[in-house]
Design a protein. Structure first.
Length: 138
């Protein structure tokens, strides 16, 4: 891999970590407040996954460039996920998901912690946001 690809790959990984940190900040420790940020949190997480997978492809594919990756994959996570370079990640993910599923299936989730079927539970998705007020009206 060329030095330029390594630097770009590292930059992608750094940006992916930044998006994850932002998503974690939005998620926060307050489950009531966090429900308002479900959509932006998922969007930031998706950006992070995309950058992470692009970094892996750029690092591991011989002759790959940022332009060739952009043309081949665009923003299609499923294509990135199914790339040959992502196979080790897929294999590890299956192991992790299997373990998480076993852990979750052995625990009880009380009703107050379950997502209700009420559209008001996810206000950012169920109804439009209020129009923001200008701080310095002209």
């Amino acid at each position: 891999m060329s030095g330029e690809n390594m630097e770009t790959s590292k930059r992608y990984l750094d940006n992916a970590l930044t998006y994850i940190a932002a998503a974690e900040t939005l998620d926060g420790n307050d489950p009531v407040a966090a429900k308002h940020f479900i959509a932006p949190t998922l969007l930031l997480t998706g950006f992070a996954v995309e950058l992470f997978l692009k970094a892996v492809v750029l690092r591991d594919r011989k002759g790959a460039t940022t332009e060739s990756i952009r043309k081949e994959f665009g923003h299609k996570l499923y294509k990135l996920w199914n790339s040959e370079e992502a196979k080790p990640i897929r294999d590890q993910s299956v192991h992790v998901v299997t373990q998480v599923h076993q852990d979750l299936s052995s625990t009880y989730v009380p009703p107050e912690n379950r997502l209700p079927n009420n559209p008001d539970f996810i206000p950012n998705l169920a109804r439009p946001l209020p129009k923001p007020k200008r701080l310095n009206p002209s």
